[in-house]
Design a protein around this ligand. Sequence first.
Ligand code: NAD
Length: 310
Amino acid sequence: MLLLDGKIASQSVKDDLKKATQDLIEQGKRAPHLAAVLIGNNGASETYVASKVKSCSEIGFTSTLIRFNDSISEDELLQRIDELNNDDSIDGILVQLPLPKHINEGKIIDTIHPEKDVDGFHPMNVGRMVQGLETFIPATPYGIMLLMEHYDLQTKGKHAVVIGRSNIVGRPMSILLSSNLLYGNCTVTLAHRYSQDLHQITQQADIIIAAVGIPDFIKADMIKEGAIVIDVGITRVDDPTSPKGYRIKGDVDFVNVAKKASALSPVPGGVGPMTISGLMKNTMDAYIRRIAVPIHLKGDESVMKTNLRD
Ligand code: NAD
């Protein structure tokens, strides 16, 4: 069984971005700049934002972390995002989700300028992705595409079953896998909480992308021999033996599925680090488009820049 190691694959993406950033600096240009907005003190959000900021510093990007108390009003947050939109030194803006209940997430996403929307959640960018136009691919699906590229997984003509239809993972993933891309061209089934006979559906899958959020949801008897299984799930489960009091579990029963799968991504250390790489690549892309610097990055043509149209 091939372990789809996201730490190794993401390091390779980051090394490539680091080299490109050093070249920019040597040419007298500034580094790409990501602004991360964090509201409140949700533990998981703190961890995610900290690792995004850390990756920026490893690569040589500039990053600015902007923190607000969770009492910030929606109007004030909208105003602050508008300021970031108009700040010429900032290439990418990410607002860490989820937001406090009194703030309308959709309104916030709509306010981020599509050219700085490095999370790829703005409706304009989602529409562009569906139509195969240049855009920002949401970071997690982008990271999964980069993982498939790193391990050169053969996807053309295969049956992919994506479980979970969220706007940030499952739905965009189903669109990319069905698109005319080097690591696409699958026949795609998108399953969700109302799908019937899920066992029967997953048993026919050559590729399974599990993005549900239920630990050990995918059991060995749900997959066929030799399937490729990519585990997106991240759930904190109580673990008194761990210093943190919890540990991270994926959606896949790793030990048993590993006995049948031909390739499997672990949790942690699989899709998580790849998501950060997707975000970093989007930040470089935002910079390139805004500053109009021609840069060649390994893999760009093969993963996303091929003709998405049929
Ligand atoms: P979500 O809660 O928005 O969506 C979950 C999806 O699972 C829904 O579409 C729902 O219909 C489906 N679902 C629920 N129960 C089901 C069932 N019994 N059968 C089939 N489908 C079912 O979640 P999300 O934001 O897409 O995230 C999914 C998981 O991925 C979570 O664990 C999340 O933490 C994780 N995640 C990981 C990364 C990463 O970087 N690795 C990024 C984003 C999300």
